[in-house]
Design a protein around this ligand. Sequence first.
Ligand SMILES: [Fe+2]
Length: 389
Amino acid sequence: MDWLNALLLLVLVAGHTELLITIVNRTHGLPIHVGPLRHFRHLDDLMIPLFPVLLLWRVGLGGPGLLVGGSWHELSLGWTIYLTICGCGAAGIVWSAARWWLQKVPAQQTSQHSRILKIDESLGDRPFGPGPYSYLTKVPFNEILQVEFNEKTFQLDRIPAAWDGLSILHLSDFHFSGSLRKPFYDRVILECEAMQYDLVVFSGDLLDDVALLEWLPSTLGKLDARLGKYFILGNHDWTLSPDRSRAVFQEHGWQDASGEVHAIEHRDHALLVAGTERPWMGRQPDFSKVDASGFRLLLSHTPDQLPWARSQQVDLMLAGHNHGGQVVLPIIGPVYAPSQFGVKHVGGTFWDPPTLMHVSRGLAGKHPLRWRCRPEVTRIVLTHGTSEP
Ligand SMILES: [Fe+2]
């Protein structure tokens, strides 16, 4: 047994896995319907365990027999090319992990305070239901019932001094599917009702089961804010009667921000609340017809709209969609994120001038699993000031 070659082959298997996950992440950031996407995902997932078997058979023990004294020089051209690509995939794991560990909170986020609400302890019950993938609720150390309530203060030059202390409740990705029963959401909303905020926004993915739209009135429908409540829909809502969802939101006082720019006058300054559901639905909002000096707040389901937001001089962008990756592995960090940028924007705050972007990890997911990645509710506080280092 050649142990050095065994180790190298293991690294190449990891690289192969990284390449397949990269493909899954990128395709899930595209406007592809859930059916074809699911078939593609299954095929992609199947290739992850098949590759090591093929490698062992055609390269490790058969072919050049790298595990039994063979030489890399005896590899065919095809295997040489493909294993070189796998080597690049392995380098990608190192790059991604290094970026995760070196990622810094930008200076524009001047403070963060967190508290965790353990829903099961609060209710005296584990509110799991028979929804899809409900078996995942049994995974040890699943944090799906540990909701993190964050308060983050953002400081920007463009925030008028008269607005100091203006607060936004940022909610995202409720994913009503039945895997989490309604008491889970009721408890979170009860906590939100006890909070102080001027504006409340929802950045998409309400439903995974259209029948559960009936939960909206007694959850999000109960919230109120003096400057209004604004929503956009997400890719999971896209295929589940989005018009019905919009109607129910609106019946309960929520304003549809998708493709629109709503101008709110607050203390002699304009707050422009816009929304985009691209690349799945609607059109981009048009900022050219409103007060050019207004503070631009963009709701976007996916953080992938950041380049567009920057091109529109958006000041603050609030997104969801990536769920923090849902599972954050030790050392490697998050692995899966349905994004053109892979796991770069899974969650947190990002400064890419002139836009500050907050990506919520959201409250749930189609898969009720969180590991080292708690569900999140965020209260954002705005203050005027220069935070450039
Ligand atoms: Fe989502």
